[in-house]
Design a protein. Structure first.
Length: 561
């Protein structure tokens, strides 16, 4: 056996990687300690060789023919195991392209440089942008960054919205500056990287590459997020203080607030009374008012009615002071409890509820926070390792989100969307259905592993988006094993797309995008961040190049046939 791909681990991610490699026509060998019987039997039925055991064993790597392998993907559920597999593989064969799965992305960047492995990828980091986009209402397939500029791949129908009236792919490019990566048409094969003259008709759907800001401005202008401008730190602190004070005030009972306001009005009234009735200066009138409020008798040589008023004022003053102390105590206690248990105060409205603060949920929360979208986090486990960090960014509700009480505490009635990202498909589906029942207008995004089941859920149960993090991440793992400098990979119908970053270099310098497309099948999409023109390339230009391959049908469809 030679030119095959070795995949270590066949959990959710590993299984998707194995299937996708097989659908691309690659020969695959799997090394895994554990595998569900159904998955193992399905993989072996399609010619995948499965070796049971620990991939950190040199004997098993040799048994998988490491010396003649094309690439190795370490995709177990444990970072340290993946690192050790990569170290063993590089020791046994230094020229082998290695891709490993790591949850810790900071460590991943360091290992890419120090171990000279091809890529270290995190499933949650790859999947989180798609979940975030789905929660915000965008039909996104992928996101990537070139320089500091975010780009997205999104899908849109041509018979409505901004693309209505565009007769050809070229019209979409000229009118809106959008690059068409794929054209889907009911009953026909997907047209990958269609030429400009390809006609469009009702029912077509395009997959488009563009800047994120251009996508937002074109497809969701009313929901485009405007990031807050940076304020002067002193002014910012003052605003935060005012917001906290307002929040504290609104949290107090209405009766207490009414009493406090009424008592506060007595102070200026008393100052005016002493000033006018006793012919005192304003300073003296204020002094006598404050001392009387504190229970000190200052006007003993005065009229009886003034003495009676002083008695009343001392009684009311003690009540006022007690009220002030109560408000201050509530503030101090609430601040301490919030810091220790509850995170940030609840946002007013328009927030997104993220349920399940694991790796994917935490990634979604960070993506939303970076966009300036308010978030409420919900997790059934109070000991979740991410909650201590999340509490500094968002309010945290601990409880089972399938229960109405938990969703009410999370403020579901004021939320714009809910993302159910726990590790259990049935729990996620239950959360989505409960959220839809309690708030029919809310947007529901649920995490489901099974792609076929996800499609059925979207159609039959009115779930807005059912996504699988493994399904989203697997294409990039596969592309990184097969190609260098992969920016992102995704699947549209039966087409596997790869977006690669590279410099034109001396081998492409002087050649045109048209000649590269005809001779090498490489579609130059972006040149230095701009839409590629027809002029010859310069050696120093930074490019985004698109490639595609046709996929065999999914294993589930082949089994049915």
């Amino acid at each position: 056996m030679s030119g095959h791909c070795i995949v270590c681990g066949m959990g959710d991610v590993g299984y998707r990687i194995v299937e996708l490699l097989h659908r691309l026509g690659e020969t695959v060998v799997v090394i895994t300690e554990r595998a569900l019987d159904e998955r193992k039997q399905t993989a072996e039925a399609f010619g995948v060789r499965v070796i049971l055991g620990d991939a950190r064993n040199d004997r098993l790597l040799k048994q998988a023919d490491l010396d003649s392998a094309r690439a190795l993907i370490a995709a177990t559920d444990h970072d340290l195991a993946n690192i050790e597999i990569a170290l063993d593989a590089r020791r046994m064969r230094p020229d082998l392209p290695v891709v490993l799965r790591l949850f810790d992305q900071m460590l991943a960047r360091q290992l890419e440089n120090s171990l000279e492995i091809r890529r270290a990828l995190g499933m949650s980091a790859l999947a989180a942008p798609s979940f975030t986009a789905a929660a915000l209402g965008d039909a996104m397939l992928a996101s990537l960054t070139l320089g500091d500029v975010p780009y997205v791949v999104g899908r849109s129908p041509v018979d409505g919205g901004p693309l209505k009236g565009c007769a050809t792919v070229e019209a979409v490019l000229k009118r809106h500056g959008l690059l068409s990566l794929a054209r889907e048409r009911p009953g026909e094969e997907c047209a990958a990287l269609p030429s400009p003259e390809v006609p469009l008709q009702e029912g077509d759907r395009l997959s488009l590459l563009c800047r994120k800001r251009d996508w937002d401005a074109l497809f969701s202008p009313s929901e485009t997020l405007v990031l807050p401008e940076k304020k002067n730190p002193l002014f910012k602190r003052f605003r935060q203080l005012l917001r906290r004070g307002a929040s504290l005030w609104l949290d107090e009972p209405l009766s207490l607030r009414v009493v406090f306001v009424a008592l506060c009005l007595i102070i200026p009234a008393t100052v005016l009374l002493f000033w006018s009735y006793l012919d005192l200066s304003l300073t003296d009138a204020l002094f006598f008012t404050v001392t009387t409020l504190h229970g000190e008798i200052t006007l003993s040589d005065t009229l009886p009615e003034i003495k009676l008023y002083e008695i009343l004022l001392m009684i009311l003053g003690s009540i006022t002071v007690a009220t002030v102390y109560s408000l201050m105590t509530d503030y101090i206690v609430a601040s301490r409890l919030r810091k220790h248990l509850g995170g940030q105060p609840m946002p007013k409205a328009g927030y997104i509820v993220v349920v399940g603060i694991g790796h994917v949920g935490f990634g979604v929360l960070e993506e939303l926070a970076a966009l300036g979208v308010p978030v409420v986090a919900v997790d059934a486990n109070s000991d979740s390792p991410f909650l201590s960090t999340v509490r500094m960014q968002a309010p945290v509700i601990v409880g089972d989100a399938r229960l109405d009480d938990t969703l009410l505490r999370a403020g579901l009635h004021k939320a714009r969307a809910v993302v159910a990202a726990t590790g259990d498909d049935s729990v996620n589906l239950g959360i989505g259905l409960a959220a839809r029942r309690m708030n029919p207008k809310i947007r529901t995004v649920v995490r489901l592993f099974d792609a076929d089941f996800a499609r059925k859920v979207e159609r039959a149960l009115e779930i807005d988006a059912a996504l699988g993090s493994a399904r989203i991440a697997a294409p990039t793992f596969v592309a990184a094993a097969l190609f260098t400098d992969v920016a992102k990979a995704f699947v549209v119908q039966d087409r596997f797309f790869v977006l690669r970053w590279r410099k034109a270099g001396p081998e492409w310098a002087g050649r045109t995008p048209a000649s590269l497309r005809q001779e090498e099948g490489a579609h130059v999409l972006l040149r230095n961040g701009e839409i590629a023109g027809d002029g010859p390339l310069a050696a120093e230009e930074e490019l985004i190049v698109g490639l595609w391959r046709k996929l065999a049908p999914p294993w589930s469809e082949q089994v049915e046939r």
